[in-house]
Ligand binder design. Structure first.
Ligand SMILES: Nc1ncnc2c1ncn2[C@@H]1O[C@H](COP(=O)(O)OP(=O)(O)OP(=O)(O)O)[C@@H](O)[C@H]1O
Ligand SMILES: [Mg+2]
Length: 297
């Protein structure tokens, strides 16, 4: 618990090939090492302070789910065991162990495969205004956080400024091709449904979740992280009460804190104070324990 957050990684002093908001990527040619750091983003900005162990938690949760759904669709995971990584990584065990995945490098689709089983966030906003979500017309009378009769595929693309824009499944088909769009969205719906049922038995509602797919040698591959608190809305089932927003296992303390600071959402964030860091870490640990059944990382 008194270990430091790992917000930046390096390989023998060399910077990662690419840095996402949360992950550092090391390009090995046909493979990648994806390292989940302890960085946390909110409102599209990364905080200067990290959440200790968050990267390990996200990677371990993803690994749990990859194992549960491996029969549904091919995924990018090769190994999370450092012994299978190039030796340079093994020489920096403290930095990489538990938070890194060796994966097949894929050609990624510029579409995010969002699956919603409940009405929240931008889905709820659109429904309130138009009665639809990404081209799906839904029955009248739903309220915020209502369960949908069937999970729906509500794709999104990234604008050049990095913001997500919701699109219809037809539009997604035009971007990536009908055939792959159908295959990937069907796989996403199946993975979501499997995860929803597994999570339900553990007292968690998977409200919605985002998948990323790519292709490798012409074959569809499920990539990135899956079914983590960063890519999903998880709700404690015991407190579920439609008609308003639900408490969740994610960044609520961070968002709430930032809202109290007067931060303009358009410049570097003020650093999170220690109590917000610790409470957020606990939320991530709670999700990890509930999902995987493990107490320790
Ligand atoms: N198997 C894979 N092959 C190629 N790229 C992958 C693979 N798996 C994940 N990625 C990419 O790795 C990156 C993960 O980094 P991270 O999640 O931090 O990025 P992000 O914050 O979601 O997005 P951005 O890159 O816009 O910051 C994403 O761009 C994702 O698309
Ligand atoms: Mg990401």
């Amino acid at each position: 618990m008194n270990t430091q957050a790992i917000c930046e990684t390096n390989l023998q002093g060399r910077k990662p090939t690419r840095q996402g908001k949360v992950r550092d990527l090391y390009d090995l040619g046909d493979r990648l090492v994806l390292v989940a750091t302890d960085r946390i983003s909110a409102f599209d900005w990364v905080n200067p302070v990290g959440i200790r162990d968050k990267g390990k938690i996200l990677t371990q949760i993803s690994l749990y789910w990859f194992e549960q759904i491996k029969d549904i669709v091919k995924n990018h995971l090769i190994s999370a065991d450092l012994a299978d990584f190039p030796t340079e990584f093994q020489q920096q065990r403290e930095m990489f162990e538990g938070r890194s995945m060796l994966v097949h490098k894929c050609e990624m689709f510029p579409v995010e495969f969002v699956i919603r089983g409940y009405l929240a966030g931008s889905g709820w906003k659109e429904y309130k205004q138009a009665g639809t979500v990404c081209g799906h017309s839904l029955p009248a009378g739903l309220v915020e956080s209502s369960k949908l009769d069937q999970p729906i595929y509500t794709p999104a693309t990234k604008a050049t400024d990095g913001h997500d824009i919701n699109i219809s499944p037809d539009e997604a088909g035009k971007i990536i091709g009908e055939d792959l769009n159908t295959k990937a969205s069907n796989a996403a719906l199946q993975v979501y449904s499997r995860a929803r049922d597994i999570a339900a038995a553990k007292g968690i509602i998977v409200c919605d979740t985002k998948f990323e797919f790519g292709v490798l040698n012409g074959e569809l591959v499920l990539a990135d992280e899956i079914l983590t608190p960063d890519s999903s809305r998880f709700w404690p089932a015991g407190q579920y009460a439609p008609g308003g927003p639900q408490p969740s296992f994610d960044k609520q303390f961070v968002r709430d804190y930032l809202e109290t600071t007067g931060w303009d959402k358009n410049s570097p964030q003020p650093p999170l104070p220690e109590d917000v860091v610790e409470r957020t870490r606990q939320k991530y640990m709670d999700a990890y324990t509930l999902i995987t059944g493990k107490k320790d990382l």
